[in-house]
Design a protein around this ligand. Sequence first.
Ligand SMILES: [Zn+2]
Ligand SMILES: [Zn+2]
Length: 374
Amino acid sequence: MADFYQLLGVSRSADADTLKRAYRKLARQYHPDINKDPGAEEKFKEIGRAYEVLADPDTRARYDQFGEAGLGGAAGMPDMGDMGGFADLFETFFNGFGGQGPQSSRTQRRGPQQGDDLRYDLNIEFKQAIFGEQREIKIPHLETCLTCKGVGAKPGTGPTNCSTCGGSGQVRRATRTPFGNFTQVAECPSCAGVGQIISDPCLTCGGNGVKQVRKKLRINIPPGVDTGTKLRVSGEGNAGPKGGPSGDLYVFIKVRKDSKLRRDGINIYSEISISYLQAILGDTVAIDTVDGKFELKIPGGTQPNSTLTLDNKGVPRLGNPVARGNQEVLIKVKLPTRINEEERNLLEKLASHYSTHNQTTNSGLFSKFFGKDS
Ligand SMILES: [Zn+2]
Ligand SMILES: [Zn+2]
């Protein structure tokens, strides 16, 4: 990666005005509409990126201290904390609808000013968050006007060089003072420093170069997302004015609850009720898992409120779906509140059997000391 100061041809102590001038000069030189050399567009993008970083005092300070690594992805990118290091990975999950993906719109003219990032809130079902799904969403955003390709001029016409400044974007004002004549350089008031003027605006976009569109997007939601996960869809924010690059779209995920299964991170929690006989003797019971019904084997002697763990029946780890969490099944044991005559007889028989064979229990001790059985 080239040094941003070197790219713009300025010293590390350059002030904001020097940076701006250097950037404008180079941007005009390498603008893909003007410069048809191979590599010009790439250079134009690099210059734009360098200026984007250095023009903002915060990102410039970080760049000065840590270099490109201090910028953490695109400048001005929101915090991706809960997504760990996978933010960039998700960009590749998304593609446009009807053949026109984000890449094709990105190869159009790029100007210095980037469009806004957008937020879209998406509710998804419990199981779809676990295994991922493809969703079609409609987002309103600004797109580069196709009629004028973002230039803002009526087709057939084009921006003309500003007559006030002759295309340089700057005007010089001579000031006469008692100490002599001074020349002051200022931004051209006619073209706001762009150097070009649109005299015949595009009718589709009114000269803005952008228009409001509802776009259909098909997004792939990766397995393992949770409430609070943000997915970045690169280049689907608002298009920048005057053919500037688009911002990004951030899809904020919210996951609906399930009536039987509860989720915490990559683990699933559920509970079942079994009878005291099933707890004592063991049994096999059909339970709900995210993979569907599962025959859970309950071992004999299972204690009330104990937990059985089902390995790999949890949620796939976001970004690494091969790794899955577990399902923890809490066992509730029901005791009958009333029993019939036959059951009472059987239980009493069991109780007397128990007391003669187990001398360590209270009932056993009772009979030992008071001689009930003798
Ligand atoms: Zn237009
Ligand atoms: Zn001008």
